[in-house]
Design a protein around this ligand. Sequence first.
Ligand code: F6P
Length: 545
Amino acid sequence: MQTTTKSTPHVDQPAWKALQAHSEQIRGKHLRELFAEDSSRGERLTAEAEGIFLDYSKNRVTDETLKLLVQLAEQAGLRQRTEAMFTGEKINITENRAVLHVALRAPKSESIVVDGEDVVPEVHKVLEKMSGFADRVRSGEWKGHTGKRIKNVVNIGIGGSDLGPVMAYEALKHYSQRDMTFRFVSNVDGTDFAEAVQDLDAEETLFLVASKTFTTLETMTNAHTAREWALKKLSDEKAVAKHFVAISTNAKEVAKFGIDTENMFGFWDWVGGRYSMDSAIGLSTMIAIGPKGFREMLEGFHAMDVHFRTAPLEKNLPVLLGLLTVWYTEFFDAQTVAILPYEQYLKRFPAYLQQLTMESNGKHVTLDGTKVNYETGPIYWGEPGTNGQHSFYQLIHQGTRLIPCDFIGFAKALNPLGRHHDILMANVFAQAEALAFGKTADQVKAEGTPDWLVPHRVFEGNRPSNTILADTLTPALLGKLVALYEHSVFTQGVIWNVDSFDQWGVELGKVLATKILGELESKDEPKLEHDSSTTNLIKRYRKNK
Ligand code: F6P
């Protein structure tokens, strides 16, 4: 067990108890009152770093709340745990691994030692190899087996080996090489592969098989199907070398698949899958936006890392975001956080954050294995605005649940078209305002609404949100935004005293699926040793398939 593991029961910390008492007072307060009491609140409760501006004034907090939340972070050892992460301590205790996604974006001049070895030179070696390859593909120097230029790149991966790449590709499409096509295959549902390649020519297609372990059933199934699909057209085993590259930590399995390890881009066990979009797993991103754009993204990540590591807790963007999430989760029974980017290019950002946050902090025991007696990771979800406004915002405004929201917007549009951007941003500000302040019965009545209709048209308000503003969505900004949430997740995990870097919860389903697969495919009637529901479903499927 690591020295940094704090096993003090979470709820015994003095700041926790103080927050509990304090939350009783705050619960009765409306944001209308909080704003009325302090005319400078909207300017004061803000923080800015690295071109990201956070307005957290529309949260149900006072200066006292923030002071206590910061104390909670201190008592939970956030600073020490942060240092432990940045210096390569094995803080992922259940897997005995360091957690060093921050090393993936460390400048060459830095040194981070794991098991006696400086990992930074290795990181840069892989980045250089990726850059050379990406340049060759982008320029057409890297040719397919029949001498044709590669026009299509298909990333095959799942979870962290898919969500980061697809999110980053969509987010940075504006900067991408437009004469190339990028596709992402993740689902083992054959439709995903079939649709991804249906209009592609194998002679012009490069597959990136992205899997940290290179054993994930979905990815390996898709990779084998891709191989068959490619060889059907190219009819020569040697073609694999020109049309398949691997991104993995597992050279042995890569070689077994038939990919020359020369065509492998490596990373390390200290990179968690959901923290890997800036490792070699980001090769598709690099091919799309070019090595220079990728480096800019890494610089953005690094800038936020430095901010997180060094800025005072009360001015620290990831810390503030993380602590506010803890506040609502623990003391307001909030079960979810809505991520609402008002930027179409960020349409996959909520899905990306789902894995980052929920695989990290969806835990039921503390670091020392004790069952928690408080809530841990909330559910993250969301859609880009303004689309969400016309579907689920109704519940956020007038439903019975408290849903803290993160609005994300930009000062400048990447595709300025007439009034579009002003309309878009007017909606960001309007939604946050409406959620916080609502509309009272008196205001509704004053509009001439008949009495019977008044309750239906009342907006109670007092619904919290953060507004995150930046100038433009660039590769660097994307890096900062992702790192902002990575470190917010870390902050939450430290407070909850959980291992944010393992994912044992995905194992049971995998094991059972392997067993059931055998039963579905068996020629003979299998002996089914399941509960009656599972047995019945398997029988029905076998009969009808
Ligand atoms: O099933 C969960 C998981 O292990 C994720 O944590 C990971 O991102 C994903 O599967 C894919 O794993 P791999 O990159 O090893 O194929």
